[in-house]
Ligand binder design. Structure first.
Ligand SMILES: [Zn+2]
Ligand SMILES: [Zn+2]
Length: 294
């Protein structure tokens, strides 16, 4: 079996260890290909993105590793890029919000000659009660405070906004890989907010999957919620089954933040992919995206 992982973080953002330590971890865990995808700098202060001034160093260091380890492992240079659209109700923003990527350019590869690929992720939904971008994958305490203060606990409205932003990304600015599709469900562990079988939720997911299928891009099966929080995969197995019906290509990623996490919970992801009927995964090998047997 050929193992790959294109979603990983190092000390350039909120991960632990250097890019070379990641490579050592990937070699020790038997990977054929490994992609660096630090959090792309954003135009406001946050706890986990790379600082804008470090991007050139990141690119130079990871490209040098690509050359150094040639013949041992295929290395690819990417970024996990936030998609943060400016919306009408964001006018009170106390910071500049916009699409966050190195040049605030659309995500297409023609605009990123310095990258091999992008993981496009939504971590922010509008603004919080302090007029700052509202982080949906941080602490549940802060998420729930904002949900109650600004939305009166109305999770349906927030989730519809969340999936709406993912669709906007996919339709206007598609990355190669959609990151952790249903990550917003993680707050259900702190307080039961919704049931994934509710019709409105199924409908949001369905619309989003149709947009992804139309764009022809990859959706990752991301294992981080499982090994970090003992949650299900991102996305949930019922969504993976629907992705298969819509012929959406998958790749299996751990979203590792430490070298030892690079293949964490991979057996669960492979099992879920197979159970959904997938026989192939899409991988970046030999410099091109291709389908190989699961
Ligand atoms: Zn992410
Ligand atoms: Zn990530």
């Amino acid at each position: 079996m050929i193992l790959t992982n294109y979603h990983s973080h190092s000390h350039y953002c909120d991960g632990k260890g250097s890019p070379e330590q990641q490579v050592q971890g990937a070699l020790a865990q038997g990977l054929r290909a490994f992609g660096f995808s630090s959090h792309c700098p954003v135009s406001f202060e946050n706890q986990w993105s790379m600082k804008a001034g470090r991007l050139d160093e990141y690119l130079a260091e990871t490209r040098a590793l690509q050359a150094k380890y040639e013949g041992q492992i295929e290395l690819y240079v990417g970024l996990e890029v936030d998609f943060i659209p400016v919306t009408a109700d964001d006018k009170s923003a106390s910071v500049s919000v916009g699409m966050a990527n190195p040049d605030e350019q659309p995500l297409g590869p023609e605009n990123f000659p310095m990258l091999d690929y992008c993981v496009g992720s939504v971590h922010y939904v509008g603004l919080n009660q302090f007029g700052q971008p509202w982080e949906i994958d941080g602490s549940s305490v802060e998420f729930l405070e904002c949900l109650d203060t600004l939305y009166g606990g109305d999770i349906q409205t927030v989730i519809q906004k969340y999936y709406g932003i993912i669709r906007q990304m996919v339709e206007t600015d598609p990355p190669q890989i959609v990151g952790h599709l249903d990550k917003i469900k993680m707050h259900n562990a702190a307080r039961h907010l919704f049931d994934e079988a509710e019709l409105w939720y199924v409908e949001e997911v369905e619309q989003t999957l149709r947009a992804i299928a139309k764009a022809g891009i990859i959706t990752e099966i991301n294992t981080r919620g499982n090994y970090k929080r003992d949650l299900d995969l991102y996305p949930s197995p019922w969504i993976i089954r629907r992705m298969k019906e819509l012929s959406i290509p998958i790749c299996i990623n751990s979203d590792s933040h430490r070298p030892e996490e690079i293949t964490a919970s991979f057996p669960l992801a492979y099992q879920a992919a197979k159970a959904a009927g997938y026989t192939e995964v899409r991988v970046l090998l030999g410099g091109r995206w291709q389908d190989i047997a699961l």
